[in-house]
Design a protein. Sequence first.
Length: 128
Amino acid sequence: MKFVSFLLLLVLIISVWLLPSATPVLGIALILLSLSIAIFSIYKKHRTAYLQGRLTRSAFLRNTLLDVFGILLAVTLAGLLGRFVAGIVTQPISNDLGRLIAGILIGLLVGIGVGVFVNRAWGRLLKV
């Protein structure tokens, strides 16, 4: 699955140069695929705990919905903050390729930071 995600990201980066009009569609497809994989893994984790009898039905639904909400919150925050910080950092760069690479790296670093922050904060609220 990591290989498929890597290939989609590579296609997205290449499409920036070759076919810029398709980039938003590919970006949205990549985000939806990633969210689908995350939601499925959350459902699978909580369903396993429910089938083993460690969770009641209401706790299963509550934990699943809260985890999905946490993922959506993290993705939204990472996207908005990553775009903002990457825009500020890459503004003085004049080379287009350097700007693209720096923007992707800064966006990834900000996304990882937001993910770690939300994971720690959400871990205190939800316990399975």
